[in-house]
Design a binder for this molecule. Structure first.
Ligand code: PMT
Length: 379
């Protein structure tokens, strides 16, 4: 009730949907008077207008908050079950959905509930962590509803992010590089470009001017970015060096080949010998070169590791003079190359380390930009 009342004070148009179980605790009339809007409970109530109520509510909503979110509603949405007004509305909406779980701590810890939470997070649903403490059932543990003011802050912050990059120019590298061996073959890696493109899209949404220097990828281009397509590490280096001066923030996501062929054959190499040796030479380290000339620009790098994640990432942060490195352990399922999700740690120049749970690359992107904008404010 307090959440609805606070939102109303902020002049938000709030429509309350209640489950049958919720009406056992609170009379719908109470919400009607606080929200100043009709409250919907049943799927087949007398319609106010000739619309299909769950569809019209779903389309009208800019944001859906499920508070308290029980194990039941989390489980239903995770399983794709839509059998009442709340679950059908969630299912029929494109709006961001925030679940605020509150339940007995044993239920919250239950592996099925946790799997459902992880599944929904990986699908882009938002979650607030429950608080620890004494619960209505008399037990103590993690399962209490967060303070209403924190729920309001979360909602506002999600909206408020919108234009905080206005006036800032962001240069992003993304995707793999291809190092030619001959006219037919090349050396490359598994980068799909998804992580870098997600950062480009998020920065564009938040008002930035985005320059994206992309290796060869096969994904949709972020609408509004100025894109330079390159193939090799050398081409990417030259393009970055040509463009960085005009930018405030440099985010190096590309998986640049560390080595290129010393000489590229202009004819297809024939398989005449049993063994073939190709001599490689080092590519320029773009991030390290930027570290030398960045001045007050913010430089963020990535670190793809299979072992000693923090130690290796920390070394790269220092040796390349970065402000932050986003470390991903690419051996973990749901992290690194090609997947829609990532599991990352932020290793920040001031010594702070922040670990994020598995989330969509679009959400990782927004978290990175949150850190960057904080640094920008401090500088
Ligand atoms: O594209 P996706 O499929 O979404 O996958 C995302 C990703 C796994 C590619 C991404 O999350 C990631 O980890 N990118 C960096 C991969 C990498 O090459 O890391 P590295 O440890 O080799 O390099 C460290 C940093 O230096 C990176 O910021 C890299 O862009 C930069 N670098 C490296 C070599 C080089 N010659 N020039 C560089 O600028």
């Amino acid at each position: 009730m307090e959440v609805v009342s606070k939102l109303r004070k902020l002049h938000v148009d709030v429509h309350v949907v209640m489950t049958d179980n919720a009406t056992e605790f609170i009379n719908p009339l109470t919400f009607r008077s606080i929200s100043n809007n009709p409250v919907t409970v049943g799927m087949f109530e007398n319609p106010q207008n000739w619309d299909i109520r769950h569809i019209s509510l779903a389309q009208k909503a800019d944001f859906i908050v499920v508070a308290p979110a029980t194990a039941n509603i989390i489980g239903k949405v995770a399983a794709g079950i839509a059998d009442d007004m709340l679950s059908t509305t969630i299912m029929a909406s494109n709006a961001p959905v925030l679940f605020v779980p509150a339940m007995n701590f044993k239920m919250y810890e239950n592996k099925i509930v946790q799997q459902n939470v992880s599944k929904l997070i990986s699908l882009g649903y938002l979650f607030m962590e429950p608080l620890s403490g004494l619960m209505a059932c008399g037990t103590t543990g993690k399962g209490r509803l967060p303070e209403p003011s924190d729920i309001i802050d979360y909602i506002i912050n999600t909206f408020d992010k919108k234009q905080d990059f206005t006036g800032l120019k962001v240069l992003i590298t993304a995707g793999p590089t291809k190092e030619a061996i001959d006219p037919v073959r090349y050396i490359s890696n598994h980068s799909s470009g998804k992580m870098g493109y997600a950062i480009a899209s998020a920065a564009l949404k938040r008002g930035a001017e985005v320059k994206l220097i992309s290796g060869p990828v096969n994904i949709e281009k972020p609408c509004g970015a100025i894109i330079s397509n390159v193939n090799s590490g050398m081409e990417m280096y030259e393009e970055v060096m040509r463009q960085y001066k005009d930018c405030d923030i440099l985010i190096m996501v590309a998986a640049v080949a560390d080595y290129r062929c010393l000489s590229v054959s202009d004819k297809k190499i024939k398989k005449s010998q049993d063994n073939l040796t190709i001599s490689l030479t080092k590519n320029p380290d773009i991030a390290a070169e930027l570290g030398k000339v960045k001045e007050d620009r913010i430089l963020v790098g990535f670190s793809a590791e299979t072992d000693d994640l923090e130690k290796n990432a920390m070394e790269k942060l220092k040796s390349k003079n970065m402000d932050m490195i986003v470390a991903n352990d690419i051996s973990k399922e749901g992290a690194g190359f090609c997947s829609d999700t990532n599991i990352v740690k932020f290793i920040i120049k001031n010594g702070q380390i922040k670990s994020l749970p598995i989330m969509l690359k679009s959400q990782v992107a927004d978290n990175i930009l949150d850190e960057v904008i904080m640094m920008k404010k401090i500088i």
